[in-house]
Ligand binder design. Structure first.
Ligand code: ZN
Length: 496
């Protein structure tokens, strides 16, 4: 055994090192983005949020929103400074009780410098007091806040949080929510999760909503206006809360004929995707003009335009399928969008089959035959489409085609085990396309790298799989399935 004698000089140096106090010298600022190459400034580094408590007041006449956000987080590094993503006007920020300095930077960054630097892995409570008119704010030249004749709505992807609460705005940092909003009596405030209570005082009604399962920031929604609210329970026992603007005009009947089937469709989806992951379900249809729908967690946002041609259960299927594929299991990075849209679109194909309007295979054959090899459709790679093509129709249609190709490759038994197993495997978390491939290989026992590469990552039309080539040769222009037009009408799903 050999014992080393420490030289006096070395010992002194070591002591000196230890004597340096935890200070700005060892603490550094959190990154202004969480590290997503599609959106370098989205989200932030240095901390992880566990809960948002938003206590707000909204005046529909002026679109004035004010209140306090209390954010419970934990540092992930020795932190001298950190960012939140936010656009409204901030009057005060406190970190662990002490007033903090703050300023704004770039398009949507609120830069907060706590009075004392924070050590890694310690709890942090951030209180932000703010107010502003969301409809007057924009970033990158757009706004996600939709002003309506009787209020306003926050629903957008990937952006929507900046207009109503400060956050770490990226799906990687999921958290639970309490959203409490006071509005004038006669106006309703709709948000995610369950309605815990309402109370009225001096002409104002406070609505207290709770989402008790982790939720990505873009899936948090707020709608303020005059709504008719319906409540019920699905046959399997999931509480359903829906809301309809009182001025949907001619779209009112079709909106209700679609969204009131939420419980039925939810129960049908559990047969394919497993138990419903959240404590409540439902949708709302405000009097907005934008055309899209969005899978806001447990309370789907539907534009009235989705119902302009009559009832549309296909869009309800799409948004409810996202509750498993997208909401409970969220993307790790925005390039993983196929995990959301490919599967939500595929659920529409399964619904088409259920309704007798064309099988999933017929829809796949139709998509395949509809676009010649030189069509730009095939240049979009659903597995990594790029930020400008994140919501391109090919992510949906070629994405669902890839799901069908996978099904044909591994067989129905493994495929449906996989479809149901995945949401359980990553419940309330995040996952990537690579994680999915690995899981599919594990469930099926087959190497799938070539299949994933061909259908998701090549900027060209894949050759017809052998099993389909024969039938496609016989029928090179398959008839348009009955459900096709309705499914395409749900394509305007996410836009600014
Ligand atoms: Zn979608």
């Amino acid at each position: 055994m050999h014992r080393r004698i420490i030289a006096p000089g070395a010992l002194a140096a070591a002591t000196l090192l230890l004597a340096i106090p935890a200070s700005a010298a060892t603490h550094s600022p959190g990154a202004p983005g969480i590290g997503d190459p599609y959106y370098p400034d989205y989200g932030n580094g240095g901390y992880d949020v566990s809960h948002y408590d938003l206590r707000l007041t909204y005046q529909p006449e002026t679109d004035q929103l004010s209140g306090t956000a209390t954010i419970s987080a934990r540092t992930t590094q020795d932190l001298s400074r950190f960012n939140l993503d936010f656009l409204l006007d901030v009057s005060e920020v406190r970190v662990n009780g002490a007033k903090a300095e703050f300023t704004t930077a770039r398009q949507h960054e609120l830069v907060v410098t706590p009075k004392t630097p924070l050590a890694k892995d310690t709890p942090m409570t951030v209180v932000v007091r703010y107010s502003g008119v969301p409809s007057s704010k924009s970033a990158y030249g757009f706004t996600a806040w939709q002003r309506t004749p009787d209020g306003g709505v926050a629903a957008g992807e990937p952006e929507s949080a900046w207009w109503w609460f400060p956050s770490n705005d990226h799906p990687l940092d999921k958290a639970t929510y309490d959203v409490s909003v006071a509005v004038p009596d006669g106006t309703q405030a709709i948000s995610n999760g369950t309605l815990q209570s309402t109370s009225s005082r001096l002409g104002w009604t406070r609505w207290n909503w709770r989402e008790n399962k982790p939720q990505a920031t873009y899936l948090a929604t707020l709608a303020l206006g005059k709504f008719d609210i319906t409540t019920g329970t699905s046959e399997s026992g999931v509480p359903v809360i829906n809301a309809y603007s009182k001025d949907l005009g001619d779209n009112d009947g079709a909106a209700r004929a679609s969204v009131e089937r939420t419980g039925e469709i939810l129960d049908w989806l559990t047969g394919y995707l497993g138990p419903y992951p959240f404590s409540s379900a439902g949708g709302y249809v405000p009097n907005t003009k934008a055309g899209y729908a969005l899978e806001t967690q447990s309370r789907v946002y539907y534009s009235p335009r989705q119902f302009a041609n009559g009832s549309n259960t296909s869009v309800v299927v799409h948004e409810l399928a996202h509750q498993w594929y997208g909401d409970s299991v969220s993307v790790k990075g925005w390039k993983d969008i196929w995990l959301n849209e490919g599967f939500a679109r595929y659920a529409q194909w399964l619904w088409s089959e259920h309704e007798g309007e064309g099988t999933a295979q017929q829809l796949a054959d139709y998509v395949y035959a509809s676009y010649p090899a030189d069509d730009p459709f095939w240049t979009v790679k659903p597995g990594d489409p790029g930020p400008d093509k994140q919501f391109h129709a090919a992510v949906y249609d070629r994405g669902a085609l890839a799901v069908q190709a996978l099904r044909n490759e591994i067989g129905d038994e493994a495929f449906f085990t996989l479809l149901k197993g995945w949401p359980r495997q990553h419940a309330y978390g995040n996952a990537s396309v690579a994680d999915f491939q690995k899981y599919a290989e594990q469930i099926s026992g087959k190497p799938l790298a070539a299949l994933f590469d061909t259908w998701l990552f090549q900027p060209s039309k894949p050759p017809a799989p052998a099993a389909r080539a024969a039938s496609l040769a016989k029928d090179p222009a398959p008839a348009q399935p009955k459900s096709w037009k309705k499914i395409q009408a749900t394509n305007d799903v996410h836009t600014h």
